[in-house]
Design a protein around this ligand. Structure first.
Ligand code: SAM
Length: 284
């Protein structure tokens, strides 16, 4: 960690100076409590090697936390052009350590940014948090060491889905795809009042550590198809819900070694992988 951090104006002054009133359409809820942003940054471990990728730095609260925690290099992707001047000031205060990309993170391949190990740390815009995560999971499925870890703030309801275990209401497609590829740990909740403006719901920080190899063999595309079919009608028995796949579902359910009367939420990740492999076998 650097011994001295530059003197920076309070974030509220930065927001006022650059007219960064929060826009709902961009999921803007800013964290102005620097103790909290430091806590999120610390959760990502050693930031002194490789690259930290931050999505949606906004006025730069979490970015400050990352730099103060010793991040050697931060690449921050921000869609809102209004924030770029404030972020430019921050880049000047930490010479050579902060690069800003003006653009839509959904269109940028984070796995090709900067030098590894790459860590994504972000207070995600809620309206695109799930598509962003799915995109990063696709990179991990292709190349497990795309990212060393991801420390991400979600709406608590989404965070609960990521860590959910079978036979619970939150367990579903996102739980399976995420846990198949990553070790997932709930880290801490952040109350709505910590944000400016406060969102309607509690938020949660979740840590994802990509596994060197997925939990069980399968193709992501097929696993996504099987889980979409099974949870598309989660109250129905598998023999019914899987019909939308348009194949004989008997061999799939047999591969999972569960009764045909089982429901999607009763199956663990390995069973879904077995069904995905069986589906690929029927197609070949
Ligand atoms: N990191 C800041 C903080 O913690 O205070 C802001 C977090 S705010 C929840 C989400 C940020 O993501 C906003 O700055 C918003 O402009 C930005 N954003 C929204 N959609 C985006 C996208 N598709 N790509 C990049 N940034 C985006």
């Amino acid at each position: 960690m650097p011994s001295t951090d530059p003197e920076l104006p309070p974030l509220r002054d930065v927001i006022a100076r650059y007219g960064l009133g929060a826009r709902k359409s961009l999921g803007q809820h800013f964290l102005l409590d620097l103790n909290l942003t430091a806590r999120v940054a610390r959760a990502a471990g050693d930031l002194e090697r490789g690259t930290v990728i931050e999505v949606g730095p906004g006025p730069g609260g979490l970015t400050r936390g990352l730099l103060a925690a010793g991040a050697h290099r931060v690449i921050a992707i921000e869609k809102d052009a209004r924030c770029l001047s404030a972020l430019g000031d921050l880049a000047l205060a930490y010479p050579g350590r902060l690069e800003i990309i003006a653009g839509d993170a959904l269109r940028i391949d984070a796995a090709s940014l900067g030098a590894p190990p790459r860590r994504i740390v972000a207070n995600l815009p809620y309206n695109v948090a799930t598509p962003l995560l799915v995109r990063w999971l696709e990179s991990i499925a292709q190349t497990p060491d795309s990212f060393a870890c991801l420390v991400l703030m979600f709406q608590k309801e989404v965070a609960d889905r990521l860590v959910a275990v079978p036979r619970t209401k939150a367990y579903g497609r996102l739980s399976i795809l995420t846990q198949w590829l990553c070790e997932v740990r709930p880290l801490f909740d952040v109350p709505a009042r910590a944000f400016t403006p406060p969102p309607k719901v509690t938020s949660s920080v979740v840590g994802l550590w990509p596994r060197p190899t997925p939990l069980a063999p399968a193709r992501l595309e097929t696993l996504a198809r099987v889980t979409a079919a099974a949870f598309g009608q989660r109250r129905k028995m598998l023999r019914q819900s899987l019909k939308s796949l348009g194949v004989d579902v008997g061999p799939l359910i047999a591969a999972a070694e569960v009764p045909e009367t089982a429901r999607a939420e009763e199956l663990d990740v390995a069973s879904f992988c077995a069904m995905a492999r069986a589906l690929d076998d029927t197609a070949s």
